[in-house]
Ligand binder design. Structure first.
Ligand code: GRF
Length: 207
């Protein structure tokens, strides 16, 4: 049975689209059973609609308490029998109760080489601007399990992307995003195939 994934996203959803394309081409053996987005205007919802994937607009601000939010979220994950949560440009913290319930079953993609250029406030173009401002010669992509700290869980895959002398924040962002699209599906496939082994912070297995 294919791994049942829920994608959480807040933006345009190019990563989600890239995953759907890999599934379509037969490279990725996962089922995208649910999309959760906190911003109803986000482009990512269109990708779900096109493929008849159930999508739900859900934000912490819709609830009176964290507990009510967590109950709703956990209920959905149960109803859709979600095995893996895939964060793809999701701008909200995952409540710690959900992180605990899905221990090492939530993954995130970050457009930089963690632990550099990560943490609260480091998202989108800010990451690439910080890389350029620092004068770093390499940047890249980090795909990691999610724990209760921001951009912190065990690293599954890192891909280096060189910073070119000619780069602007936009050219760098484009190149890193391409590397994201080329790698996120590989990690999900490796998880689906049961290829990863986790010992503390170290993740072993070929992706
Ligand atoms: C990506 O750069 C991802 O690394 C970050 O948010 C961005 C999402 O882009 N977490 P998209 O919505 O998938 O196009």
């Amino acid at each position: 049975m294919a791994l049942r994934c829920a994608v959480f996203a807040s933006g345009g959803g190019s990563n989600f689209k890239a995953l759907l394309d890999r599934k379509q081409s037969g490279d990725l053996h996962a089922e995208f059973v649910l999309l959760i987005g906190n911003n109803s205007a986000a482009g990512v919802f269109q990708h779900a609609r096109k493929q008849n994937i159930p999508s739900i607009h859900l934000a912490p601000s819709h609830f009176d308490s964290e507990l009510a939010y967590v109950e709703k979220l956990m209920g959905l994950l149960r109803d859709y029998q979600v095995e893996l949560i895939v964060l793809a440009g999701y701008m909200k913290m995952i409540p710690s109760a959900v992180v605990a319930a899905y221990h090492n079953r939530i993954i995130n993609i970050h457009p930089g080489l963690l632990p550099a250029f990560g943490g609260p406030g480091m998202y989108g173009l800010r990451v690439h601007q910080a890389v350029l401002d620092y004068g770093a010669k390499i940047t890249g992509v980090t795909i990691h399990f999610v724990d209760e700290h921001y951009d912190h869980g065990p690293v599954i895959l890192q891909q280096v992307v060189p910073v070119l002398d000619t780069d602007t924040v936009n050219t760098l962002a484009d190149r890193v995003l391409k590397a994201e699209h080329g790698n996120y599906w590989r990690v999900i496939e490796a998880i689906a195939q049961g290829k990863l082994r986790i010992e503390g912070r170290r993740v072993f297995g070929n992706v």
